[in-house]
Design a protein around this ligand. Sequence first.
Ligand code: ASP
Ligand code: MG
Length: 418
Amino acid sequence: MARIVMKFGGTSMAGTERIRRVAQLVKRQAERGDEVAVVVSAMAGDTDRLVNFCREANALYDPAEYDVVVAAGEQITSGLLAITLQALGCNARSWLGWQMPIHTDDAHAKARIGSIDTDELLASMASGSIAVIPGFQGLTDDNRVTTLGRGGSDTSAVAVAAAIKADRCDIYTDVDGVYTTDPRIVARARKLKAVTYEEMLELASVGSKVLQTRSVGLAMKEGVRVQVLSSFIDENAPDADSIPGTMIVTDEELENAQVERQLITGIAADKNEAKITLTRVPDRPGAVAHIFAPLADANINVDMIIQNVGRDKGETDVTFTCPQADLARCTDILENQRDAIGYNRLIPDTKVAKISVVGVGMKSHAGVASTMFSSLADRKINIQAISTSEIKVSVLIDEDETELAVRVLHTAYGLDAE
Ligand code: ASP
Ligand code: MG
């Protein structure tokens, strides 16, 4: 007997037919004698719809009430899945975020999970009842409903898996695993048998939309065994226990598994960044601090930064990127600080894409970045900014060249399938 958390995303929960399919998968797992907790998302599109209702009601809505509204999508699907499981003869009940409860801080709309009370839940599961848990929801110390930020059901699933010490957390989604890159861009992309937590964290944060970034960080911290696999499979498909999807593992596990390692594990493209250039910034100590301190105060996440070599007049240009969603706030802040910073022009640009190559292999190999630069140069793709970490190199390019760049790099690093 094992203890398994199964998580189903919005596409898998979209409508009665699909929920029935999910219920069959859950039933199959429970019939092996496993204790099963299921974490579900709202039906695809429902959360967007609920968010819009809040905006229409009042652009400056109270985030605490927003959470009451948007948490409803998951309440519906958890109840529906419990009903459907019962119709298949299973013993099942829903456990809402406030019923367990899942304790969070009070940062409404982006709350963080503190702890989860599991005594009753575990007792119920031990008695043979399948627990159906709405993702995305939590409760503050003063009993207000919270949500975890968009895509937060992944984090709920990992947190539940950690709290009940599950043997595995299976994340069922509309792709059958983690690929070397988006298969819609590169038809010869390959499904990976395993990726490390670190790699998955980098891939998630640079635009691979398979898992919410925060959920990967949590899985790494808590050592939760996570598998990404497809929920769209037929009767004869191999079961989840035979690991048909992609496992997220530690460095050591990966070495022991002796899967054939490539230098680069995956390539991701992110079109949600914006670039800002400030021209003729004074080239003296403190100038850059004047730019980035107010942005940090406003919680704007700056990613790539370049400061060009100073010109004769003691001036320089500074370029950086931030999420496109924060661009308006960012330019507003910088325009207000214009005199304090002392720049000439502010040039925003949203027609950019960040292309990242990720792989633990690069820790012990030189030349990864230079392969990237020369492959792009061969195709006359201009690099506007660069940033690196121990296992990642990112470049900023013209958005129109995204697909070409991803294809070229996929081939350059030998990732194309036979
Ligand atoms: N329904 C929520 C969202 O769309 C949470 C999730 O699906 O992960 O963001
Ligand atoms: Mg999701």
